[in-house]
Design a protein around this ligand. Structure first.
Ligand code: FAD
Ligand code: NAP
Length: 527
């Protein structure tokens, strides 16, 4: 096959991919971007379900690297809606003139390492072949929706919608009976909107989730000005890896009364930021229990029916060991007459019928099914591509027992490959746009060093990788995370190895900076 030669292939046109492509072009590389979607935006292109918003305040959930972009965009609300975030992604794409670098509606299907040439041979579903020195997978940690696999799916007569692949045209729920399956962030955000329109909504819940109030509001000019004034401090924190918010000391030792008082910050609208302001929340059982008790007490306050309130109270995992949800009116939506909870612990889903969903207990007739089942997170987008490294080893095989990688970014035996926000990085535990920036800038620094020295091949040292995998595992073992059947642990996908996918340590950016400063001691350069 005739292959077009480029310096780099960047897969994905979300925030990470766009930044990577921009940086490489700026430095004069010939870049080919490839994106399965019809346009830029990644997560925010695909997840158009009603109520979709960010769970990190908009002023922080944006690129930090460009003054021009930041100062030319005005967020309207504390937590921006999906249309506003997508408009922001388009604004970035326009300012950066990124689209000419991309082939859209094109999926990378395979990438094989050519050892003789030190290049990646990349195939797409459009039959195009590329040969690239570098392959950057900015394919997203949450970009492969978990598909429903219940018997009888094809029999259902009405529309079936997956939150992670929501249609572009508005869905009309008026007068409809709707099933919402799942109670993660996507369902928690969409339920109040669907329930406000629909005739009837049945929510199918297997595990209740902890959700914190967004207390969403427009951003005032004063708040905007205060943010701009504090920006140099935030930016410094982002670049150095410092926390960026004021934290109590890690050895904070409150009395029970002080603890019970402090955990009330979970209701102050700070969302995920508030969880970070409770020291050792995901490490210390006493502290975590106090936070769980507080949130459960709030659920009981909000939900009128005490039996229903108990069903909505999570008890099977410590708070924050699944990404906490941030909602507007989720719990009070269950006070509506047109919303019922189907507790799948009392009877699991057995099949989808022509008329709806049948559990072990009952059959629910509906007109529309909304599947909010989550994602094959962190590894899904990578293992779906037939990536083969040295000796033709498939990545799927190398990761058979769980992802083996260094800093979530590089894989031994897979030279010149960078995985942005990959497993083993802290990405999904933090502000993911900033996590992407950190990884993109690191990959860029490696590529720049190679150009400066005329090197053609970089690979991570196998022993350094082993040490990192071990470190990620040990750090997780010192926390409460392994107690949850979460997507962090790979537990949401049948057959996926149960390992903690994100890195929980707080020193990741410090480590990246140290690696750059020390000229990448864990990497081996050749050529
Ligand atoms: P993505 O935005 O996922 O982009 C990856 C792109 O790669 C996708 O467009 C995909 O189509 C493309 N792709 C994948 N595989 C291939 C292939 N083989 N060939 C071609 N193209 C491919 N994070 C936060 O920090 N705060 C939030 O509030 C937040 N809210 C979220 C809400 C939802 C509903 C979801 C699903 C995630 C949310 N996240 C949030 C995480 C979010 O994914 C990141 O914040 C961020 O948008 C990821 O950007 P990215 O560029 O790394 O990946
Ligand atoms: P999720 O948190 O994984 O939730 C999926 C839900 O589907 C869970 O309730 C799960 O139940 C249920 N489920 C899965 N398979 C099922 C089955 N076979 N039968 C019954 N129930 C099943 O997915 P998500 O809601 O899409 O969120 C994923 C992540 O995306 C979030 O954690 C967050 O990082 C990001 N996100 C963020 C926002 C935001 O607020 N900005 C919004 C959406 C998503 P179990 O818990 O029992 O497995």
């Amino acid at each position: 096959m005739q292959r077009r030669e480029v310096d780099a292939v960047v897969v994905g046109a979300g925030f990470a991919g766009m930044y990577m492509s921009h940086l490489l072009r700026l430095e004069g590389y010939d870049v080919q971007g490839i994106e399965a979607a019809a346009d830029v935006g990644g997560t925010w292109f695909w997840n158009r379900y009603p109520g979709a918003r960010c769970d990190i305040p908009s002023l922080l959930y944006q690129y930090s690297w460009s003054e021009e972009i930041r100062t030319s965009w005005k967020w309207s609300e504390k937590y921006a809606t999906q249309p506003e975030i997508l408009a922001y992604a388009n604004h970035c794409a326009d300012l950066l003139d990124i689209r000419p670098l991309y082939r859209f509606e094109t999926r990378v299907t395979a990438a094989h390492w050519d050892e003789a040439a030190d290049r990646w041979l990349v195939d797409t579903d459009k039959g195009e072949g590329l040969s690239a020195r570098f392959l950057i997978m900015a394919t997203g940690a949450l970009s492969v929706p978990k598909e429903p696999d219940f018997p009888g799916l094809d029999r259902f007569k009405g529309p079936q919608l997956v939150t992670g692949r929501w249609p572009h045209d508005p869905v009309d729920f008026k007068g409809k009976r709707v099933a919402v399956v799942g109670t993660g962030s996507s369902a928690i955000q969409s339920l109040p909107h669907i329930a406000a329109e629909a005739l009837q909504v049945h929510v199918f819940q297997r595990t209740p989730n902890f959700s914190l109030p967004a207390l969403n509001a427009p951003i005032s000019d004063e708040e905007r000005a205060a943010f701009e004034a504090a920006w140099p401090f935030y930016k410094q924190a982002i670049d150095t890896g410092e926390p960026g918010v004021e934290l109590l000391p890690e050895d904070w030792d409150p009395s029970d009364e002080e603890l019970a008082e402090h955990v009330k910050i979970l209701w102050n609208g700070g969302g995920l930021v508030s969880t970070v302001q409770i020291p050792r929340l995901t490490k210390d059982e006493r502290i975590n229990d106090a936070a769980c008790d507080f949130v459960r007490s709030q659920i009981r306050e909000l939900v009128n029916d005490p039996v229903l309130a108990e069903k909505l109270c999570p008890t099977s995992f410590p708070i924050s060991t699944k990404r906490a949800c941030v909602d507007t009116d989720y719990y009070v939506t269950y006070n509506r007459d047109n919303v019922t909870l189907v507790d799948l612990n009392e009877g699991a889903i057995e099949e989808v019928t022509a008329r709806g969903i049948r559990t072990a207990d009952a059959e629910y007739d509906v007109d529309i099914i909304v599947w909010a089942l989550g994602f094959d997170a962190m590894t899904g987008a990578l293992t779906r591509v037939d990536i083969r490294g040295e000796g033709g080893t498939p990545l799927r095989q190398a990761w058979y027992a769980g992802p083996a990688m260094w800093m979530g970014m590089m894989v031994a035996g897979f030279p010149n490959l960078f995985t942005i926000t990959g497993p083993g990085s802290p990405s999904v535990l933090m502000n993911v746009i900033l996590a992407g920036e950190h990884n993109v800038e690191f990959a860029n620094a490696v590529i720049e060093r190679m150009r400066a020295r005329g090197e053609t091949r970089v690979a991570v040292d196998a022993a350094a990788q082993e040490a990192w995998v071990d470190h990620v595992r040990r750090e997780a073992e010192g926390t409460l995370f392994p107690r949850a059947n979460s997507w962090y642990m790979g537990a949401n996908i049948p057959g996926k190895p149960r390992v903690m996918l994100p890195y929980v340590g707080m020193d990741y950016k410090l480590r990246l900076n140290a690696a750059v400063a020390a000229d990448f001691p864990d990497l081996r350069f050749e050529g």
